[in-house]
Design a binder for this molecule. Structure first.
Ligand SMILES: [Zn+2]
Length: 100
């Protein structure tokens, strides 16, 4: 797997998590998120920096349109809890709230 393919696979996971949360899609992506993913994947393949590219957030060559940048920011935010919290803690908190 090349670095570009890895990046694309990671983006897909993040968009899928966002889609599950925001659009209640259990499997795969809704058409809107599918379009987002294809946009991201196409841009990653075309990135002028190739495999030496910095993280997109740090990249000076802003290849995303402003609308798509906003969308990706929402995707990042939806993924933030998973990045910060331990998954077991999150599950305990959720089940505790439902059953007092
Ligand atoms: Zn979606």
């Amino acid at each position: 797997m090349t670095k570009a393919e890895e990046d694309i696979a990671r983006s897909r996971e993040m968009i899928a998590r966002y889609c599950r949360k925001k659009h209640k899609v259990k499997d795969g992506l809704c058409p809107e998120c599918q379009a987002t993913f294809e946009y991201v994947a196409a841009h990653r393949m075309r990135c002028p920096y190739g495999d030496d590219k910095p993280a997109c957030g740090k990249c000076k060559h802003s290849c995303y349109s402003p609308a798509m940048r906003g969308k990706m920011k929402a995707v990042m935010l939806a993924n933030l809890p998973q990045m910060l919290l331990h998954p077991v803690k999150t599950m305990r908190k959720m089940s505790g709230r439902k059953q007092p």
